[in-house]
Design a binder for this molecule. Structure first.
Ligand SMILES: NC(=O)c1ccc[n+]([C@@H]2O[C@H](COP(=O)([O-])OP(=O)(O)OC[C@H]3O[C@@H](n4cnc5c(N)ncnc54)[C@H](O)[C@@H]3O)[C@@H](O)[C@H]2O)c1
Length: 291
């Protein structure tokens, strides 16, 4: 619940989870080892699914320290407490950003030792630390390399949210590069199902690509879809491409298909329609969210 972006989005999602029932929220910073350890004492824990992170690629250039302390050190706190409390199964969110410079479609076995941003570096640190705990203490680990997640109530620093809002508000889209860069967009429901499958099948130390899988679309295509569903014309303010950004991403998901029996069900064009519709339905309170 930090204020990296508008808290109303986090409260919105949290209220949806609470409505489902069977869910308890503990407001804890994973960097705060003491309070985290009290959570481990309070509950019988079967799995840890660690999605907590500083997640912006560009923001990580501005403040790399918080990326290391949350993404790497915070993950270590979880691993260490798991080990002390005999919790064996760990699922962690990692990122397609690790595949910079690797031939596409990206395979989990690729050499990812040249991350382009402190964000990607911090996630590589978290992945390798999890491997050490697997090797030394027998923790079972599923590392999930998510590919450009989007959907209703998404992150306002990511293009599907910002671009939809800019078009909706009649403001110019701030576009880095020419828009021909492509992303293997993955709809939030598919990410959730992939995460559940990897939790249920968590064994050994395995890395999985959880991505669209050979159906990347360009940013310009995404803008066209937003125009279509909002029925508004986008104005574009072109800015130079950031050198921490990748040109293209594309996931090889054969391993997830084979071992997790998971593959994405929502095509990006359908997912974008659902996402834009959510924006239109919620435009009242979204109107002043900082982009
Ligand atoms: N969205 C994507 O496209 C994408 C792609 C690849 C990987 N991921 C990873 O998926 C996970 C979820 O990302 P998201 O896009 O939902 O981002 P998000 O920022 O919405 O979610 C991360 C959450 O972690 C919380 N958090 C940050 N620091 C914390 C700390 N010290 N202690 C406890 N909680 C803390 C934040 O408040 C936030 O609610 C992250 O690990 C991210 O790196 C996301």
């Amino acid at each position: 619940m930090n204020d990296y972006y508008d808290l109303r989005l986090k409260e919105y999602r949290l209220s949806r989870l609470k409505e489902l029932g069977g869910f308890t929220f503990e407001h804890v910073d994973i960097e705060d080892r003491q309070t985290l350890s009290e959570v481990f004492e309070r509950y019988p824990i079967c799995y840890v699914v660690n999605l907590a992170a500083r997640a912006g690629v560009r923001a990580s250039i501005v403040d790399p320290y918080v990326y290391l302390s949350t993404n790497t050190l915070g993950s270590l706190n979880l691993l260490d407490l798991m080990n002390r409390h005999g919790v064996k199964k760990y699922v962690m969110a990692s990122t397609s950003s690790l595949y910079a410079g690797v031939p596409m479609p990206f395979l989990e076995t690729a050499d990812v030792r040249k991350p382009l941003s402190p964000y990607a570096s911090s996630k590589l640190g978290a992945e390798t630390m999890a491997y050490s705990y697997h090797h030394l203490h027998g923790l079972e680990v599923s590392v999930l390399r998510y590919f450009t997640v989007y959907g209703p109530a998404g992150r306002p620093d990511m293009s599907p949210f910002r671009f939809t809002e800019w078009v909706n508000r009649g403001e110019a889209i701030c576009l880095y590069g020419d828009g021909e860069q492509t992303r293997d967009f993955t709809y939030i429901d598919d990410i959730a199902l992939g995460t559940i499958a990897a939790t249920e099948k968590c064994a050994g130390y395995e890395i999985y690509n959880i991505g669209g899988g050979n159906q990347p679309i360009s940013i310009n295509t995404m803008i066209g879809e937003i125009e279509k569903h909002t029925r508004k014309k986008a104005q574009i303010d072109y800015q130079p491409q950031n050198n921490a950004d990748m040109q293209d991403t594309s996931a090889n998901i054969d391993k997830a298909i084979k071992k997790l029996q998971w593959s994405p069900k929502v095509h990006p064009l359908d997912g974008l329609e659902r996402t834009v519709n959510w924006h239109l339905e919620n435009q009242g309170w979204l109107a002043d969210v900082r982009l």
